[in-house]
Ligand binder design. Structure first.
Ligand code: AMP
Length: 200
């Protein structure tokens, strides 16, 4: 772990695939988000690996001058290729510790294309938000329509009465990375409620 500690920076937690996916646009979007984090003077919090889109977003953020904080369970160091070039790499014991630290160290969350790990992380912070455990904004970057089917399903759950519009509206969706990051930054600025992760 290197020692540079960033303070007073907006901290964006990015959830994304440990694979690159089957379309070059996903890698482009990961690179764009990493670069934007640097250009905005923010820092990146993510899962700490070099694998897939995770590695791409981290390398782009580092290249753009952003501090990058990785949090990875010891058991995944090999599988997800723990990144040795980060500003901080926290090797924790469990997945729960990982998710807790990532959430605690962040002011906002953003999901890029990914698989079930990404879905789980996104849905967890979304449910934590609706329960009032935190007040941090949550974005979904719908790169090339990757999440269209999920958004359609969420519309279906609305129609069938299992979620309501106030819950749906907690998710800020866009296909334009600069716009979405700006929105998340503004929402984070407005968010005032203290986090209470001890209740989780
Ligand atoms: P994936 O989207 O499946 O490629 O996974 C993206 C990231 O999510 C990887 O760092 C996984 O280790 C992580 N992940 C996988 N399962 C979980 C889980 N149950 N909770 C939180 N993160 C997970």
């Amino acid at each position: 772990m290197t020692t540079m500690v960033a303070t007073n920076r907006r901290s964006l937690c990015v959830y994304c695939g440990s694979r690159v996916g089957g379309h070059a646009s996903y890698q482009r979007a990961a690179r764009e988000v990493g670069t934007l984090i640097g250009e905005l003077g923010w820092q990146l919090v993510y899962g700490g690996g070099r694998a897939g889109l995770m590695g791409i977003v981290a390398d782009a953020a580092l290249a753009a001058g952003a501090p990058v904080i990785g949090v990875i369970p010891a058991s995944l160091m090999e599988r997800e290729l723990g990144h040795s070039g980060l500003t901080e790499l926290h090797v924790v014991q469990t997945m729960h510790e990982r998710k807790h630290m990532m959430a605690e160290r962040s002011d906002a969350f953003l999901a890029l294309p990914g698989g079930i790990g990404t879905f789980e992380e996104l849905f967890e912070v979304w449910t934590w938000r609706q329960l009032g455990y935190h007040d941090k904004p949550i974005g979904l970057l719908n790169v090339d329509g990757y999440y269209d089917a999920l958004l359609e399903f969420i519309g279906h759950t609305l129609d069938k009465g299992f979620i309501d519009m106030s819950q749906r509206d907690l998710l800020e969706v866009d296909n334009d990375a600069p716009l979405l990051l700006r929105r998340l930054g503004e929402s984070a600025e407005r968010a005032g409620a203290p986090d209470d992760y001890r209740r989780i």
